[in-house]
Design a protein around this ligand. Structure first.
Ligand code: SAM
Length: 280
């Protein structure tokens, strides 16, 4: 009998530990272990990696990650009601699961993990984007993580993988695609979760690239993109005029028509503009 078979079904775990879902904590649980195993497989080869999981809840994805062979899982959960349930999972996989009761926004996972590190999570929607932006904008590149396999609301997932010319294209797409590859690997209807959220969800898999696709100073690129998309309906010469008095010349130097709007500008051109403002 494998370790996963010694653990009770997740519905029973929820009943035994009184884990009624709390909206304020973004609790929409995955109770189908076939589904959580499938998500775990999207994370890549786990046997040679430490895995960081944010928001394990009753432990469905955690079980998937361990059953798929994760060397070591660090699971950070804010809701103390879930900790006894997670300790049962830890007991079934001796020495492979460390559970921390705390806020993922405040805990430094690196104190507990050994590279290479993969991140896998069915994220609480209220902090998902904030965590992703943090992971995409570390002080140094490559980042601490090799890959991120993350559940988002479908609309956020589409913003991460968006191409120029689409409404979803914006700051998140540029941040994600500049130094990582990003693709949607699974789509899930609301009914896959307990309780079902209002909208559909999708799993995005990002792999860190060793180097950015195009050279640029990270802070300058970030400023350019924020200004460009903050006023996405305006022509760039107007949206970016606060960045440099001669912004039209800089746009032209970067090969961008000053009358263009942010939505049409490729990642490569944004990087060229960042270099025209500050050489990388
Ligand atoms: N991974 C579980 C699953 O797939 O069934 C639960 C996913 S649920 C969408 C999000 C989880 O994140 C909840 O268990 C919630 O308590 C937890 N959570 C919410 N805010 C958190 C935070 N700031 N730090 C750590 N965990 C948090």
């Amino acid at each position: 009998m494998s370790a996963i078979d010694t653990l009770p079904p997740l519905r029973q775990v929820i009943a035994d530990h009184g884990l009624s879902a709390r909206k304020a904590l973004g609790q929409n649980f995955l109770l189908d272990l076939n589904l959580t195993a499938k998500i775990a497989r999207q994370a890549g080869d786990l046997a040679t990696c430490d895995v960081l999981e944010i928001g394990p809840g009753p432990g469905g994805l955690t079980r998937g990650l361990l059953a798929e062979g994760a060397r070591h899982v660090l699971a950070i959960e804010k809701d103390s009601r879930c900790i006894p349930a997670l300790e049962e999972v830890a007991a079934a996989y001796p020495g492979r699961l460390q559970v921390i009761n705390g806020d993922a926004l405040e805990i430094d996972p690196l104190a507990h993990l050994t590279p290479p590190i993969r991140v896998a999570a069915n994220l609480p929607y209220n902090i998902g984007t904030e965590l992703l932006v943090r992971w995409l904008t570390p002080k140094d590149w490559p980042p601490f993580w090799q890959s991120l396999t993350l559940m988002f609301q479908r609309e956020v997932a589409e913003r991460i993988v968006a191409a120029p010319g689409s409404k979803a294209y914006g700051r998140l797409a540029i941040l994600a695609q500049w130094r990582a590859s990003a693709r949607i690997v699974m789509s899930l209807p609301p009914g896959a979760f307990t309780p079902p959220p209002k909208v559909s969800s999708a799993v995005v898999h990002l792999e860190a690239l060793p180097e950015p696709r195009y050279p640029a100073d990270a802070a300058t690129l970030s400023r350019v993109v924020a200004a460009a998309f903050n006023q996405r309906r305006k022509m760039l010469r107007a949206a970016l005029k606060g960045l440099a008095p001669d912004i039209e010349d800089r746009l032209i130097a970067a090969g961008i028509a000053p009358t263009e709007r942010a939505e049409q500008v490729e990642l490569e051109q944004f990087c060229a503009l960042a270099r025209a403002l500050k050489p990388a």
